[in-house]
Write a protein that binds this ligand. Structure first.
Ligand code: GLP
Length: 263
């Protein structure tokens, strides 16, 4: 696991965007996209590079991590609509190349079928090359809440009350946040070739410390990244504030900067 310690949220976006841009410039690739506020600085920087530095997504395919059950893809509160609004519609990624779990039909059998189909579509695309991740305050990635199997695949999950409250800001006052979602599993995320987690702010500091320096445990789903062959964790100062081995991470970061060891 590589730690990248940044001063600001904007810097986390630049560091993560540089990883994505380097992969995209090498040729056609499959991107994993995440919703939430954490990836926004990354999208801002990728959009800037698209506009100002000719970074093209025309040859990319993209998969989102998760979706609320019962929301139509065109519903503004759906993660598909959100990712289009925040990123895809601002670059040249073809909309037909954007895949997201189809969770519109709440019938359990339909959801099981959609989850299986999503795994198959990822497999047929050749797997995800670079997967962007945020982290919930309870350590969730995608919508894999604590107790998620570290080997899980795309499936139905029940959201915790905390996650529903955290995400209530995207819903109107008289609207209820869905109780269920479809999410890529921790096994699906672990299969990505490069996982890039970004976190900003003190609210994430405990979850980040547990994920990076705690035991690998379903109690902190993001800790599965310790088992990932190529994971990069990019943090601003507040999100990194509960880490113990900061001096070592900075030392490695300096070595990398000097020697250009890692992408
Ligand atoms: C949601 C998403 C996650 C995201 C998390 C953190 O629940 N399903 O993918 O990482 O929230 O959100 P934020 O980045 O807004 O703090």
């Amino acid at each position: 696991m590589r730690l990248v310690l940044c001063e600001s949220a904007a810097e986390t976006g630049q560091a993560a965007a540089a990883i994505f841009a380097a992969r995209i410039e090498r040729g056609p690739c499959v991107l994993g996209l995440a919703t939430g506020s954490s990836p926004l600085p990354v999208y801002r920087e990728l959009i800037r590079r698209h506009r100002e530095a000719d970074l093209s997504f025309a040859e990319c395919v993209a998969f989102t991590l998760d979706e609320y059950v019962g929301l139509q893809p065109v519903d503004a509160r759906s993660y598909r609509a959100t990712i289009r609004d925040e990123f895809v519609d601002h670059v040249d990624l073809p909309v037909a190349a954007l895949h997201s779990p189809d969770a519109a039909d709440p019938d359990p059998q339909a959801l099981h079928r959609a989850a299986t189909a999503y795994e198959e579509t990822i497999r047929l695309a050749g797997g995800i090359d670079v997967q962007l991740l945020g982290i919930g305050a309870n350590g969730h990635i995608g919508f894999n809440e604590p107790s998620s199997s570290l080997a899980s695949r795309t499936r139905i999950k029940a959201l915790t009350q905390q996650t529903r409250e955290d995400n209530a800001r995207f819903f109107g006052e008289d609207e209820t946040v869905p109780k269920l979602c479809l999410t890529q599993g921790l096994g699906t995320i672990r299969d990505s070739r490069h996982a890039v987690l970004v976190a900003q702010g003190a609210k994430k500091a405990d979850a980040v410390a547990a994920a990076v320096e705690g035991p690998v445990s379903a109690a902190c789903p993001a800790s599965v990244l310790q088992m990932h062959p190529h994971a990069t964790v990019i943090l601003d100062a507040a999100a990194a504030s509960r880490l113990r081995n900061v001096d070592y991470y900075r030392h490695v970061q300096r070595l990398n900067d000097e020697l250009g060891l890692l992408p």
